[in-house]
Write a protein that binds this ligand. Structure first.
Ligand SMILES: Cc1cc2nc3c(=O)[nH]c(=O)nc-3n(C[C@H](O)[C@H](O)[C@H](O)COP(=O)(O)O)c2cc1C
Length: 353
């Protein structure tokens, strides 16, 4: 059986992904923009959307930020086909409350909801609210206990736990999920505990944009880890910023244009850099390759002619990537271009295999 090949878009929860001061994409992280963006992604044939979770804008506290969970519920009611993935940082919600919210959005969306478990890097986001921001591996230990509870509740089981962090006594959520065993669980994060977490409890591991050989190594590493009982083999998603044009030269020019615009944000983003947990492996990886976009962005190499980008996506797919979570800028225009130029090429490639 051939593995699914799916494409998603990052919601613009904190504005543009590559550069915040772009005359071709005025800063806009509003609900209306995100709603229209996801509705048009669904119409164009995209399969999924990822709504990142930040309570305050991670680049600068004075910039706008969309709330992930309330937006995911509204998007669920407005769409009919696209998968909706909302990110979640475990220390912000008790697992019983979060499982109930996830189950409700699963019902509203009629079986299209997923969570993306992320264990956070932004110390100030937590500490300025008086929320304890534990050390890196302690956050993962907390997240592991947390997701085991959420996952069991989502499956409709009665949960009793005497854990290090949680005491739960005979909790059950009703109604059950009528569409499948439970909503999907994605995990983002690159460290060893992140890999163990997805192997033990997740369905899909999100890898940040990076070169093919590195992605092949990461896929092999997680496949070799001890899998949680009763779980199907781990699936893989890749975050990537796409710049596709008629010619490679045009794509490179646009990439340089965005890099020059992004340089204007350096001072603004200094706040973000100061907040990063230095133990975040993901941020150590970003530092290795200059890139445009967030979460690895163009480091995945999806910058080139239409045919080149299609070939590189095909190579990642052969390495095990099933879901490509994409970024563009200007987002709406480039997302449409991707659907117009890349979907047919990739369909032809799939048909020829
Ligand atoms: C696809 C993806 C999406 C992410 N989304 C968020 C998010 O919405 N909010 C957030 O605070 N961190 C997000 N992260 C970052 C995680 O919090 C990050 O993995 C963590 O800080 C560092 O973990 P690591 O040391 O295991 O790499 C995301 C990471 C990935 C790979």
């Amino acid at each position: 059986m051939t593995a699914p090949l799916r494409f998603g878009i990052w919601a613009l929860v904190h504005g543009s992904r590559a550069a915040l001061q772009d005359p071709d994409e005025p800063y806009d992280a509003s609900w209306e923009r995100n709603r229209d963006l996801i509705l048009s992604a669904e119409r164009l044939g995209f399969d999924s959307t990822l709504i990142a979770q930040h309570t305050v804008n991670p680049h600068h506290h004075a910039l706008d930020q969309l709330e992930a969970w309330t937006s995911a519920a509204a998007i669920a009611a407005l769409t009919s086909r696209i998968e909706i993935i909302a990110a979640i940082k475990p220390f912000l919600y008790h697992p019983v409350v979060l499982a109930k919210m996830a189950q409700q959005i699963e019902h509203i969306s009629r079986g299209r909801f997923a969570i993306n478990l992320v264990n956070a890097w932004n110390r100030a986001e937590a500490e300025n609210a008086g929320i304890h921001f534990a050390e890196h591996d302690a956050r993962y230990a907390y997240g592991t206990e947390w997701i085991a509870i959420v996952s069991a509740l989502l499956r409709g089981e009665s949960v009793t736990v005497q854990g290090e962090h949680f005491r739960i006594d005979g909790y059950e959520l009703r109604p059950r999920d009528p569409y499948r065993a439970r909503p999907q669980i994605y995990v983002g994060g690159e460290s060893t505990p992140a890999r163990d977490l997805v192997a033990g409890h997740g369905d899909t591991w999100f890898i940040n944009g990076q070169p093919l050989a590195d992605v092949q190594g990461l896929v092999a590493d997680v496949r070799a880890r001890r899998r949680g009982e009763g779980l199907a083999p781990v699936r893989f998603g890749l975050s990537a910023f796409v710049i596709a044009r008629e010619t490679a030269r045009e794509a490179q020019e646009h990439c340089e244009h965005l890099a020059a615009l992004a340089a204007k944000d350096q001072a603004l983003k200094a706040q973000r850099r100061a907040q990063v947990d230095p133990k975040s492996v993901m941020h150590q990886t970003f530092a290795k390759t200059a890139s445009v976009g967030s979460n690895g962005g163009t480091a995945a190499g999806l910058v080139g002619s239409y045919d080149e980008v299609a070939q590189r996506i095909a190579a990642f797919h052969e390495a095990g990537i099933e879901l490509f979570m994409l970024q563009f800028q200007p987002f709406e225009r480039e997302m449409e271009r991707f659907a117009r130029e890349l979907f047919p090429r990739l369909q032809r490639w799939r048909a020829s295999r």
